[in-house]
Design a protein. Sequence first.
Lengths: 93, 301
Amino acid sequence: MKKSKKYDIISSISYPKEGAMGKTGSWRVFRPVLDESKCVKCLRCWIYCPEGSIKRKKDDSVEINYDYCKGCGVCANQCPTKAIKMKREGKKK
Amino acid sequence: MALKNLPREEPVMQGNAACPGCPATLALRTVLKALGKKTVMVVPACCTAVIQSLYPYTSFDIPIMNIAFEAAAAGASGIEAALRKQGKEDINVLAWAGDGGTYDIGLQALSGAVERGTNFIYICYNNQIYSNTGIQRSGATPISAWTTTTVGGKTEFHKEMGEIIQAHHPPYAAQASISEPEDLYKKVKKAKDIKGPKYIEILAPCPPGWRFSMDKTVDMGKLAIETGAWALWEYENDELVFNGKSKLILEEKIKPKPIEEWLKYQGRFKHLFVPKRNEEQLKRIQDHNDAQWKRYRKKYL
């Protein structure tokens, strides 16, 4: 039970937290791997990522957060230059 | 509007309970980028109520009220009235419901709120099924689609929610798709600055509900527009304007792809193709779609 910030009562209010369902990266079967040399910074992966796991850096290049990426593959499918490839998890490199 | 100009803030946090490839979080990210953090959201029973995750945590960094299935628009009306009384009129009130809570169960509350001229935005993310409870048919399910309650395929056509809303003559209504985020952003931004009830409907192709691979979410949205199964339009001051590829289809500048192109990727229409092609039913669906566009041309061209 969580106490309300303002009043001394037990409330049924939920508070925002990153990873409310834990590290959802463990759901992943295929891992998106970014080849930065092919990236043209179009930001399509960033806007199309359902999870928001693709971080947009200051210079509009992108970085994938593997802690929460669920591995759906939308980014790899929408990438116009095929800079993101899906690779099976747990295989030896 | 280029993608570069979209804000960086992310009110939808990572590690939520959405399925991989979920169109609802995809749409909500874009919508909340347009509305900003000064937003109160009302969520009835729908997938988003689950995506919020479990007590005592939530995945959305804005105030949310969860409410009964039929009451999204009624709840939003109450919040809007309370904010108005307190003089906080710069806060957006967003009702965010699925197609079950809009087409079927929430229709009377929505109709009432739009008729009263409540100053709020109602967004329906339309995945054409009750996906949260396990893929049951809704008023938005297209003909012949398999669901757990229409095992041999739905026998009725879906209804046109956009036209029901237009009959209320709201100041703004629009239809968008998750596959066109710039268009969606522009429409929400426009709705934000208009006073009165605003209605936006977003097509949300649901991978487990429509039975397609989860990486095809955006492709399904694009194909729906290219085949004419979904139209992008804006309704303002009693005038309806088509935009994007839908405008080109309306003006017959491009020929829409056959609707089969959209159907064949979805497992819910599989019974039309295997073991034997059901030509009669495919023709019926195509004819219905063609008749729809013919009607649009007659009315809006």
